[in-house]
Structure formats: C-alpha cells, structure tokens
Design a protein around this ligand. Structure first.
Ligand SMILES: Cc1cc2nc3c(=O)[nH]c(=O)nc-3n(C[C@H](O)[C@H](O)[C@H](O)COP(=O)(O)O)c2cc1C
Length: 366
C-alpha cells in the first residue's frame, strides 16, 4: 500500500475520485459553431486514459455570445448537446474516469480571434464578431471592445442560460459541473471592483458584487441537483485595488453555505495591469488560504509539474487536489509516471494491461 497522499481517494460531494490529480479545463478552440468535433474525441479520449482522478471539459459557453472565440465549445441547444454526447459516449465507452464540465460566459473578453492569431477581439460588425456584455461598460483594455452593461433582463437571461446548460449537463450524465468565476470572465467581472462599477444592488460593496455570481451558482446548483458543483475562482487580480484573497475566502464561504462542493483556486485574468510572480506553485498560497479558512475541498493549480511538488502540496494540506493543464498536455501519462515515482498504482485500460511487458504490470491497479 502506497503512502502517497496524491494517490489516495478524495471526495467531492458524493463523487469519489480515485486520486487527487485533476485535469484542469483547457479550451481547444476547435469547435464548429459551438459543436464539439473529432478533435475533442481524440483530445479528451487521450486524457481519459491518463489515470488522473477527474477530467474537466474546457470552458463551455452557456450562450453563443459568451464564447471567447468562435471556436469555443457551447452547450446552449440540442445540437451542441448532441455533439457533446457523441464525444462523451466515445470517451465513456473506454474509460470510467469521472468527467466534469466547466460552464462559462466570457463577458467583455468574448468575441476574440483564436489565440494563435493574436487573440484580438473581433469587432461586432466584422464577420464572426459580436457585441460583448459586462457588469459595466468598461473595456478590458483601451483597444478592446466596449461592452454593453447588462440590465436586469440581460442578467436574468445569463442566469437562466447557466441553469439550462447545467440541466443539459445533468442529462448528459456528467459527473460534475464547474462554474467559471475566474480569469477575468463574466462572473469574475462582477466580483472585481475594477470591472464592476455598478451603482445598483449588484455593485459597490463586496456583498453586492458577489450577488450575481451567487445567484448564478444557486441556479446551477438547482439545475444539477444530485451531483457535485464546484466553482473556479481567481484568488487575486494581482493589481492594487482589485479582487483579493480575503474576498475570495469570503466568496468561498458563501458558496459553501449554498451547497458548493469544491473550490478550484486559480488567479488573475481581470486586468492587463496585473503583475504575476510566476514560478512553480505560485498560486498554491491562494489555495492554502482558502483551505485553511473554509471547510471545502480545494484544488491548487498553476505550474505544478513535478511529482514530489504535487505530492508535497496535498501531503502538507495546502490543497486537497492538484490541477494540471499544460503539464498533462506535455505528458498525458503524467499520473502513471507520478505513480511509478511515488510507489503508487494507477488505473490503466485493460487493453494496455494485456499487452504491457510484465515489468510495467506492477504499476497498474488491476
Ligand atoms: C490551452 C489552455 C487552455 C485553457 N483553457 C482554460 C479554460 O477553458 N478554463 C479555465 O478555467 N482555464 C483554462 N486554462 C488555464 C488552465 O486551466 C490552468 O489554470 C493554467 O494553464 C495553469 O496550469 P498549468 O501550469 O498546469 O498549465 C487554459 C490553459 C491552457 C494552457
């Protein structure tokens, strides 16, 4: 029996993960009008054989205008649901890894070209561009779109869209829904005093800025009743006068009271003025602060690349789980290699078990 904490099971609500390695959501910008494509089958299928404890599907737009780019995945109608089902059926036929989905709305950071073309926003009057929305008519940068401030009817539409997508996620049998309230997208725009300048019940005090994200959470929680709902938060804006870790802790506490099952602590994305001290584990202190003050399972993420580093994060209690993004793109067998390094075992597909040379068999839980 391994002493590795990383390879011990962990609970998120009623869901039990076989280990504490979580695959973070990663946009692939490869959807066609919101529909998943064969790329998603190959990409998610590869990750579903990795031995991680949970696979999280990329930021999935709840409305077409909530997409970052034209190539974002959506879950807003029967067609996008059917495309997602086709991919999920393929993945689930060969893997029993739990699969979650991140539901998102990009707000003022929507309507962009694909990142490898520079990520510039596409003007509403150009082909494939659309009008963006936000809590206030405050652009991300001087060159960026001028968003329209959401009125109450617009906010209701967004909230109902989150709920409708969550209902579709339940129908698809997804194991977890993650609400995207990080990285400067719409819900984070409501949270941060830098992007939320409203003078109604939804702006000003912390209580008011949290109101809409919490209402969206409640709607998702209600639409996805039997399985876990988590929230991804930015632990700081890394800018003077922006969203802070203390506010993140207060938000996480409120989420817990409303039935949230886990918090995934990332950071930034709200302001172009951010100064981020990027280094290995640089966001772990944010996760630790939430975990120490709020009784919820916490995921830490960001430049976690090394097996002992990951083991240390969960063994010391800084976080309950580690999230991997670029790390697992680079090495989709990272959990296997971590298990070998830490003297633990991972689940491998029967097909690989049957044909592995015997020296590898000991690695796998049969
Ligand atoms: C290609 C790519 C796409 C991403 N897409 C998303 C996304 O859809 N939703 C999200 O919350 N974060 C997204 N992220 C951020 C990652 O989930 C993660 O927080 C970040 O990359 C840090 O982890 P890493 O150092 O292991 O890459 C993305 C990152 C990459 C590299």
């Amino acid at each position: 029996m391994t002493r590795s904490r990383l390879f011990q099971p962990v609970g998120i609500g009623r869901l039990t993960l076989a280990n504490r390695i979580v695959i973070a959501p990663m946009c692939q910008y490869s959807a066609a009008e919101g529909h998943m494509t064969d790329w998603h089958l190959i990409h998610l299928g590869t990750l579903a054989l990795s031995g991680a404890g949970l696979l999280t599907i990329e930021a999935t737009a709840v409305l077409p205008e909530g997409r970052i780019t034209y190539g974002d995945v959506g879950l807003w109608d029967d067609g996008t649901e059917a495309a997602l089902r086709r991919v999920l059926d393929g993945v689930r036929a060969w893997s029993d890894m739990p699969v979650g989905i991140q539901l998102a709305h990009a707000g003022r950071k929507a309507s962009c070209e694909v990142p490898w073309k520079g990520g510039r926003q596409i003007a509403p009057d150009a082909a494939n561009g659309w009008q963006t929305v936000a809590p206030s008519a405050v652009a991300f940068t001087q060159e960026a779109h001028a968003p329209v401030a959401l009125d109450r009817a617009g906010m209701r539409q967004v909230r109902e869209a989150f709920a409708a997508s969550a209902k579709r996620a339940a129908r698809l049998g997804l194991d977890l829904v993650q609400v995207h309230a990080a990285h400067g997208y719409l819900l984070h725009q409501f949270l941060s005093p830098l992007s939320n300048l409203r003078d109604d019940d939804y702006g000003g005090s912390l209580e008011n800025r949290m109101r809409f994200p919490l209402e969206v959470f409640d709607a998702v929680r209600q639409a996805f009743p039997d399985r876990p709902v988590s929230v991804r938060v930015s632990g700081t804006d890394w800018v003077e006068g922006g969203w802070t870790i203390d506010q993140t802790v207060a938000f996480a506490q409120r989420l817990k009271e409303r039935g949230c099952d886990a918090v995934h602590v990332s950071s930034a994305g709200l302001s172009p003025l951010q100064e981020i001290p990027v280094s290995p584990s640089y966001q772990v202190p944010l996760a630790r602060a939430v975990r120490q003050q709020v009784d919820l399972p916490v995921v830490a993420v960001g430049l976690i690349t090394d097996f002992d580093q990951a083991e240390g994060i969960v063994a010391t209690g800084d976080a309950d789980m580690v999230g991997l993004a670029r790390t697992i793109l680079y090495d989709p067998r990272w959990p296997w290699h971590a298990a070998a390094h830490l003297g633990a075992r991972v689940k491998a597909p029967d097909q690989y078990l049957r044909c592995q040379p015997s020296r590898y068999r000991d690695l796998f839980a049969v």
